[in-house]
Design a protein around this ligand. Structure first.
Ligand code: GLC
Length: 601
């Protein structure tokens, strides 16, 4: 396949085709309600108004950037605004750095006006119409979007669509008994009914926020709170909630954001007697949003944040005929990479990559090594036993001799703790001699896979854990602050030019090599899935990318011992990362070494 954007077979629909798709999904969800047809017309009027209001600049941008996330050169960067650069103006200033790093899309973690006080790192939104005043004004945010467009960097923001803060005006209206708003939430007066729901549910924060319901004195009832008690789950069975969030989505799209990370996608629908995760109705909501957004703002991407087992995540792409999210987080591959590194065996990551290949052609993975949340190893069940998961968590956190990771345990699920920590610390850069090699191995695999690689802020220079939160009474109870450090700009600017301390420079050099080779090697023009090459030693992950002519073999040794990988390259080969060459069907890999091998003449 030629050209910068890799083409995927998605049915092209005109506005009426898209409307038919959205109407089908909305009929399945709300068709039984009173005056459904006139409600449907309200949605249509909303989308038509958003289409008309979209600026000519953004319409031109839509035309010029169809499915921009499929570009061979697409590289993401995920960060909090304040941790990267203080405020919106600071991020504007940081754009040239991101540009030089090769970043083409910037995911900014929640930036809308959060709840006063604790806000789950900004994931408790008090107002979707306003930005967090600590980060700047709305005008400064708009300026950042313009500046990013000038750098050809797409800005993706979080749309926290599952819940709002308890001080959002919908919640306040419910608290003060305003008609219609109680039904925006799941409000249950009696404990007995709550217990019946609870019987099917898991807990997200079993330690810091046990249970899924919170008593509200104002409502004199229990309110559904999957996350923290101040994050009230929205009731999507109420079509007014769907309409209000659709309006929010369209408004923000028209301000010039290039996409949305749909937070906690799996939780949007509740049904008694189920786990209330990933229900069919969630998929209908997403199919409707995709179609409505395609009518008004076709260049805008939707990303599913479904942190679950692979078989639950794949359906979030929908299909070519009924698309849902364009991108989804490959959290299984991410967790598999960490388990493989911890256990010294490629098995866990191999199984996840093989499973990830089953995605439909209209969807692409977001590949990542770390993010602002904890690593949940339970996503690897049933391939990885609970004791193996627990052992992996131990290697990443215990600090015992031989356990290289310097992370912290977070929540425990089914006896297996999830893990916090920055990549560098979890790789043990301050411990044994292999830390940098482990870091480069994980990022090397991430960049070689099909999909869009996303760098987590600070990883490009191997920023270590931020332990300051332990002394901050406002943050000490929330261990995920460990992986939300403030950017070290002196180190970052030096490392980008190969200068400064040796560790940041070595890591930055590896990351930039991955960015460049991924951008220029013909194998990465092909968006088809990575193909596992079997019959390798236990520690070796081997997969192929690209077509027959330009095939690239990726060989990665996940153990601290040397390993010999096998391949069918036969004649000569060349590692495009280092220029190393060789021949024959076996290749020796140093501990934690990764090669991207092409055939050489
Ligand atoms: C997502 C976010 C996480 C947050 C949760 C609740 O999983 O990534 O940080 O706590 O949603 O909004």
């Amino acid at each position: 396949m030629d050209g910068a954007v890799r083409d995927l077979p998605i049915l092209k629909r005109d506005a009426e085709g898209l409307w038919a798709e959205a109407s089908d999904a909305m009929t399945a969800l709300y068709g039984d309600g009173p005056d459904f047809q006139s409600w449907l017309q309200t949605v249509r009027a909303l989308v038509d108004a958003a289409t008309a209001e979209r600026s000519s600049t953004l319409k031109a941008w839509d035309r010029d950037n169809p499915r921009w996330w499929l570009a061979q050169s697409a590289v993401g960067y995920s960060t909090y605004v304040d941790r990267l650069a203080g405020d919106f103006a600071g991020v504007s200033d940081a754009l040239s750095y991101l540009d030089a790093l090769g970043v083409t899309y910037l995911h900014l973690l929640p930036l809308m006006k959060p709840r006063a006080g604790e806000s789950d790192g900004g994931y408790a939104i008090a107002d979707f119409e306003d930005v967090n005043p600590a980060l700047g004004t709305r005008a400064e945010f708009r300026q950042l979007l313009d500046d990013a467009r000038a750098h050809d960097i797409k800005v993706v923001i979080d749309l926290v669509c599952n819940h709002v803060a308890d001080d959002h005006h919908w919640a306040r209206a419910a608290q003060s008994g305003e008609a219609g708003y109680r039904d925006f939430f799941h409000v249950i007066p009696d404990r007995e009914t709550v217990d019946r729901w609870e019987a099917g549910l898991d807990e997200v924060f079993p330690v810091s926020a046990p249970g899924n319901f919170t008593w509200s004195h104002d409502l004199e009832a229990w309110v559904w709170t999957s996350f923290y008690p101040y994050q009230w789950d929205l009731n999507y069975a109420n079509r007014d909630v769907f309409l209000a969030m659709t309006s929010t989505l369209l408004n923000l799209a028209n301000q010039g954001v290039s996409g949305f990370r749909l937070d906690s996608t799996g939780f949007l629908w509740k049904q008694l007697g189920t786990s209330c995760r990933n229900l069919p109705e969630v998929h209908r909501i997403l199919a409707a949003w995709r179609a409505l957004l395609s009518m008004a703002a076709p260049g805008v991407v939707l990303k599913a944040e479904a942190i679950d087992r692979l078989e639950e995540v794949v359906p979030y792409f929908g299909s070519s005929e009924h698309p849902e999210c364009d991108l989804a987080y490959a959290n299984g591959v991410m967790a598999g990479g960490w388990a493989s590194l911890a256990l010294g065996t490629a098995g866990p990551v191999r199984a996840q990559i093989a499973g990830a290949a089953l995605r439909p052609v209209n969807g692409s993975w977001i590949n990542y090594v770390r993010c602002h949340d904890d690593i949940i190893l339970g996503a690897l069940r049933p391939d990885l036993s609970r004791s193996e998961q627990a052992r992996a968590a131990e290697v990443l956190t215990s600090g015992a001799p031989g356990d290289f990771g310097d992370g912290e345990v977070f929540q425990t699920f089914d006896g297996v703790p999830s893990v916090n920590g920055m990549t560098a610390s979890l790789c043990g850069v301050q411990g044994d001699a292999f830390g940098v090699a482990r870091h480069n191995l994980l990022y090397g695999v991430c960049f070689a896979l099909d999909g869009v690689p996303v760098i987590y802020m600070g990883d490009e220079i191997g920023l270590a854990n931020d332990t300051v939160y332990r002394d901050d009474p406002g943050r000490v109870a929330e261990g995920r602050w460990l992986q939300r450090p403030v950017m070290d700009w002196t180190a970052a600017r030096a490392a980008l030019h190969g200068a400064g301390a040796s560790r940041p420079a070595a890591i930055a050099s590896a990351v930039m090599t991955y960015v460049r080779r991924r951008g220029d090697h013909p194998a990465f023009r092909d968006a088809s899935p990575a193909r596992i090459i079997p019959d390798q030693p236990d520690a070796v992950l081997a997969f192929a990318r690209g077509g027959d002519r330009d095939r690239l073999l990726v060989l990665a040794n996940f153990s601290a011992a040397p390993a010999t990988a096998r391949h069918d390259r036969g004649g000569g080969w060349r590692d495009i990362l280092t220029g190393r060459t060789g021949s024959g069907e076996e290749v020796d890999l140093a501990p934690y070494q990764i090669l991207w091998m092409e055939a050489s003449a």
